[in-house]
Write a protein that binds this ligand. Sequence first.
Ligand code: ADP
Ligand code: ZN
Length: 614
Amino acid sequence: MMQISEPELLASLKTTFGYDHFREGQLEIVETLLHGDDAFVVMPTGAGKSLCYQLPAILSDRKTIIVSPLVALMDDQVAALRQNGVAASKIHSHQSYDENADQWLTFASPGPQLLYMSPERLMQPRMLEALKQQSVGMFVVDEAHCISKWGAAFRPEYEALSQLKTLFPDAQIAAFTATADEATRQDIVQKLSDENCRVFLKGFDRPNLSLAVLPKEKLKDRLVDLLEPKRGQSGIVYCLSRKDTDEIAAVLSAKGFPALAYHAGKDGDYRREAQNRFMTEDGLIMVATIAFGMGIDKPDIRFVVHASLPSSMEAFYQEIGRAGRDGEPAETILFYSMQDFIKRQNMIFDGEGEGDFKLLEYKRLEALIGYCEATTCRRMSILTYFDESSTPCGNCDNCLDPPVVEDYSAKAQAIFSAIDQTGQFFGQAHILDVLKGAQNAKIRQRNHQDLACFGALADDPKPFMQSWMRQLIALGAVRANLARYGALEITEIGAQINAGKTAFMAKTPKASKTSSSSRGSSQGSGKKTTTLEGADDKLFQALKAVRLEIAQEKNIPAYAVFHDSALKEFATLKPKTRAQFEEINGVGPKKLDRYFEAFSSAIELYVSAHKHGG
Ligand code: ADP
Ligand code: ZN
């Protein structure tokens, strides 16, 4: 247990990390851990969770183990800590036996030490024995939601961590996650700690992320249009399949974007290299399956695009959460189609797992469909799902360009009649063909051209019909029965609409051209830009080049040298002396020692060149 005053904590924050102030929630958590209590923290991605345990670990006189699920994450965190002069080590399978032995010796040497490990390694009997000989004061469990079967990303190897509290009764536990609903939270606390655990819920809102959903039509063209103004920015494009990933990366590369494909089909060396480049270089686009992302803590990812529907609301929120960790504006866009929804449904019900779990997963997917079809603020739709209330955000497509909602009960009734008259036996494509009055073999075979509903919506454009259908499904008025290959059925809610007891209020579909142009203009307005003006921006770019060179030489992520925010301040304030540098947020004594030379001379060079040049 340690008593350290707030001014002292602020001073250590500056000397170790170079930061001038704590972010929301950090101080309280740091104090709790220094006090010796267990803590469970739910904080949105990018809020600054790592610092909450790193600072107490550094100030403590005992040792700290950090359980982390991913090698890349360990590497980055340890690199960043070492840049700040903190004694941190890691033991994992990508290091040789000798390297690991070396890291252990560092950890076992006197003083506060931080050691990163995977849960499997930690729970090996030999490792546990060895740790009992060390004075371990704290176990930190990162991505703690992985311990819960209720969570969206259960990992069996996390379950063994529930033994820690009995194996090390004197050590404290600190668990962190960015995502956990009520059931998952209770499960985590129960497994890792006891009723004395202090729980910190810091909310889910990420106001700097803009939110938009677009219909998935002419995907590749629209993607290229969308990314055009973002050249030079780092981003992720998520795809469902390896094939899509390769294709989209190829399309983007052909258009001159620096894009890489990343999925589980690529070999380990390629993946490490790709990830390394993404972390180090500026302005790369990673086109990836979900194999990429966990543990990506690059702070300046400016956009996350979903080329396919994610698996659930949780997964979606975690994936877009990788954008804008630095707090600057970042954009998220989801391309959405009914086909993708059906695909996801099938993946859940064909997948492994108990019936209960499948239903839970299906609910999480449905919540995401609700988000896609929302007619009001999308942020409210997300936050409501996570049990938080909010007001319209002004930073989503629905807020900026509110959809027109009208009564489409008559259209819904036409759709119901087609489902009904064909015996609730067919999927969306055939139902829409019947309503459109299409001439095709399937229709002739079944004599569906003779039905009363045949051609009932012949005058409506196909995309409009698809949009109504999607909204009916999102509303729960129509359900795809997976046991019957996606045959559409009318539910109780649907029956109400069919009987005229409730109205089907739905978005008026927009022709895709107008929707994209109006979206473009509204997104552009009122948004902080992330680049600097004129001359300052040139210096900023020059400083980024200096940073890239250092990062490549040391083989560490660029942001571990300095964040963009610090470089921007260098570019505007043009500091000369060490004291002037140290005043900038993000510059601590260790980094000053290392990089003062490189950056001050780059600034000086630039300033004098521009003086003479007029
Ligand atoms: P999380 O784990 O919650 O997603 P991180 O711990 O990776 O977030 O922190 C996100 C970013 O914010 C990191 O780049 C980190 O260096 C930075 N950061 C954390 N705390 C502060 C602070 N007090 N002041 C400035 N930047 C901070
Ligand atoms: Zn909104």
